[in-house]
Design a protein around this ligand. Structure first.
Ligand code: NAD
Ligand code: DAU
Length: 350
């Protein structure tokens, strides 16, 4: 095998798309998915590639330093693509400590393990997958660039910013060959239905209230998850060591515009009368410290590495809705058990 790559968080939303892409595109790589399988990780997300000869799965917590070291030894790991994280802002507000443990301590464990395993070697890559939320919140104008100062505001973004700083510290202090990417909001298949788009699709389908936080005027910049996976592929293979790259599709929507658009799309797909689903929109108490606007300038990635998004938001959303309507059993499987308690708790708070 040319490379043996640990992909952490491979059973999650974005990680599962990255694992699938690498297995399909790189037949001379061994892919080791390292995942704790929290509420957000599910091997259902990878059942189509579970028997691929170049795929291995290791259930492990990245906070467990011994477990991570022994995986590095067992496979003689050459590279890491690190996606494992606690990823939901609302959960970080309810309880920050899991975010500190996984996102900060877990990341430092991985960095230490890579540094020790790769001592005296060359050609390795530690690609850290991060978020645009580390840059804080924008006003009406401007875009986040790689030089925007970090200004995280939620416990989630503070933990991701901290992990980014550790990644850069390992590069500057120990010369660990790192690359980093900071992406905007993703959407697509296998997205856990606590996040805005899959939650709204689920609630529209089942005629439940559509909880829009505050006035619905917060802005997010949406990117098709497979375009994020293609950006990670390009940065991993051709990005410069020690650099970070912003990833985004210049696709800003206010939350309320987006929810209305989804309502129209699903009214058509479900044969409902025009405007029927919009009646489900319910304005609820705002998220604490709710960042107003995110928007990414991805020109470094586009100009230096030639990456561009592959599809429009309208196409991507239509495919996403179709996937959820066709995979109701997936939604039921991933939302059974502990997730139900969380959902009820958040729902009752509103
Ligand atoms: P997700 O919550 O869907 O998946 C996270 C995965 O990590 C799950 O499979 C989970 O089981 C695993 N995991 C969590 N804690 C772990 C631990 N301690 N040890 C091992 N595995 C653990 O997240 P996602 O939305 O796919 O995000 C993946 C990465 O991309 C995260 O680092 C996130 O910060 C980043 N990111 C996400 C978005 C987005 O819009 N979703 C945008 C930019 C960046
Ligand atoms: O920007 C990248 C980030 O995008 C990632 O780093 C995070 O992991 C990912 O979860 C996402 O964070 P957001 O907080 O932007 O995503 P979320 O889907 O939770 O919310 C999107 C917007 O919709 C946000 O303004 C809050 C709002 N919202 C969300 C939910 C769940 C609602 O109005 N109602 C809801 O029920």
């Amino acid at each position: 095998m040319k490379k043996t790559i640990i992909i952490t968080g491979g059973a999650g939303f974005i990680g599962s798309h990255v694992v699938r892409r690498f297995l399909i595109n790189y037949p001379d790589y061994l892919i080791v998915n390292v995942d704790k399988l929290t509420y957000a990780g599910n091997l259902e997300n990878l059942k189509d590639v579970a028997n691929h000869p170049n795929y291995r799965f290791e259930r492990a917590d990245i906070v467990d330093a011994d477990a991570i070291r022994s995986i590095f030894q067992k496979y003689d790991v050459t590279d890491v693509i690190h996606l494992a994280a606690e990823s939901h802002v609302d959960r970080s507000i309810e309880g920050p400590m899991d975010f500190v443990m996984t996102n900060v301590v877990g990341t430092v464990n991985l960095l230490q393990a890579a540094k020790d395993a790769w001592k005296g070697r060359t050609g390795n890559i530690f690609h850290h997958v991060s978020t645009d939320e580390v840059y804080g919140s924008l006003g009406d104008e401007g875009l986040f660039t790689e030089n925007t100062p970090y200004d995280p505001r939620s416990p989630y973004s503070a933990s991701k910013a901290s992990s980014d700083h550790f990644v850069m510290a390992f590069y500057h202090t120990y010369g660990l060959p790192i690359k980093m990417s900071n992406c905007s909001n993703n959407y697509g298949s296998h997205h856990f239905p606590e996040k805005l788009i899959p939650l709204m699709i689920h609630n529209i389908q089942h005629k439940k209230p559509l909880p829009v936080y505050g006035l619905g005027d917060n802005i997010r910049d949406w990117l098709w998850v497979e375009d994020h996976a293609s950006a990670i592929d390009v940065i991993f293979h051709t990005g410069r060591i020690g650099e970070s790259y912003n990833v985004g599709g210049l696709n800003e929507w206010t939350n309320i515009e987006l929810v209305r658009f989804l309502c129209q799309l699903m009214d058509e797909k479900l044969g409902r009368s025009k405007g029927e689903s919009e009646e489900l929109i319910t304005y609820v108490t705002d998220r604490a410290g709710h960042d107003k606007r995110y928007a990414i300038d991805a020109s470094k990635l586009e100009e230096e590495l030639g990456w561009t998004p592959s599809i429009t938001f309208e196409e991507g959303l239509s495919k996403t809705v179709d996937w959820y309507l066709e995979n109701q059993d997936w939604v039921e499987k991933v939302t059974s058990g502990a997730y139900q308690d969380y959902y009820e708790m958040m729902y009752n708070k509103r």
